[in-house]
Write a protein that binds this ligand. Structure first.
Ligand code: NAP
Length: 324
């Protein structure tokens, strides 16, 4: 029996969880633009295989600065030719880059990308980070948001939200926004439960769904040999214990932990087997839930580990591009 989990957004729309494939991180290009030389054949073929083999709705997380539109566009063309997934069986998120200036404004962004991907609308459009003031873009966050509200009214995007916003950033946005963000996509894992002070509670109280990027950090760090701390070993051994108890994988335990914490995990892999497993993770055990004590113990052990943040490094990089 296949049952996909969904969250209801504050506008009543539904979004499925977890993401099937983030096409940033393991796929994104360091180069500032896509060229025929840096075309990523693996990304295209993984997307095609996902469209072909994944059941239900496929959820893709994209962004302007991943520089992967050519591969995404080619994969969508093959999907259409082979009639794997209908448009309503795809959830496509994209993010406006307010610093690097891939596109000068949200309207140009969305119209260009819809044309390139041969789509009529995006499911979700986010402001990638709260930073503005680089040489490339002269818009304020309030102006960017107002354009996004218009794109929503025009039917070019179906939901709008933000990413990497703190409580202060959200409150400032609220001063001018007519439409509330439905989502705040932030880094979140048991090793990093508050990207900025109070952000988890604020989003829960204000019905802004948290999407968690890097929800598998404890596992990817362990696999990369980047964590030999005692706290890390204790944490992983508890996740191993739960995985054995429920006969599911370690990653499924962390994805379930996120979902039971009312957080939508945005995950990815370079490996097709993991992508399909993460996508299908409710497949055989749709009603399996960790119990409250297990959730609490993952939180406690995660808090004992030193905080792990990829965000702090990349926020510092973006700050260097902002004019003082
Ligand atoms: N909004 C933002 O600012 C922002 C920032 C970063 C990322 N994102 C989005 O979030 C997505 C996910 O980010 P992320 O890559 O940091 O998150 P992640 O899913 O926590 O980490 C992916 C890593 O986990 C490993 N992995 C995947 N499945 C696994 C499994 N079953 N067991 C063990 N390890 C597993 C993968 O390794 P293998 O490849 O070896 O499987 C990969 O290195 C990105 O692609 C992007 O779309 C957004």
């Amino acid at each position: 029996m296949f049952k996909q989990i969904s969250f209801t957004l504050n506008n009543g729309n539904k979004i499925i969880a977890p993401s099937s494939m983030g096409i940033g991180s393991v796929y994104f290009k360091m180069e500032m633009q896509s060229t025929p030389e840096n075309y990523n054949e693996t990304l295209k073929s993984n997307l095609v295989e996902l469209f072909e083999k994944a059941k239900g709705t496929v959820h893709i997380d994209c962004a302007a600065n991943y520089n992967v539109y050519p591969e995404f566009s080619d994969a969508l063309k093959i999907n259409t030719q082979k009639t794997f997934k209908k448009r309503e069986d795809l959830w496509i998120t994209d993010k406006f880059d307010s610093v690097l200036g891939t596109f000068p404004d949200p309207k140009t962004h969305v119209l260009t990308v819809l044309k390139q991907l041969d789509l009529q609308y995006l499911d979700l459009f986010l402001i990638h980070y709260p930073f503005v003031g680089s040489k490339k873009i002269s818009l304020s966050i309030a102006e960017i948001w107002a354009e996004m509200e218009q794109l929503l009214k025009d039917g070019k995007v179906r939901n709008i939200g933000v990413s990497n916003f703190s409580v202060t950033d959200l409150e400032k946005l609220n001063e001018t926004a007519i439409i509330k963000p439905v989502i705040n996509q932030i880094e979140w894992s048991p090793y990093y439960l508050n990207q900025s002070p109070g952000i988890y509670d604020y989003c829960q109280e204000n019905k802004i769904l948290i999407e968690a990027y890097s929800p598998l950090s404890p596992l990817s760090m362990k696999d990369a040999g980047e964590d030999d701390s005692e706290e890390g070993k204790k944490f992983i051994s508890y996740i191993d214990f739960l995985a054995a108890k429920y006969s599911i994988s370690d990653s499924e335990i962390l994805l379930r932990y996120a979902i039971q914490s009312n957080v939508l995990p945005i995950t990815t892999s370079s490996k097709m087997e993991r992508i399909l497993n993460n996508h299908n993770f409710t497949n055989d055990r749709p009603d399996l839930n960790l119990d409250d004590c297990e959730i609490a113990k993952i939180t406690t052990l995660g808090k004992q580990h030193k905080q792990i943040s990829k965000y702090e490094k990349f926020a510092a990089f973006f700050q260097t591009l902002i004019e003082k």
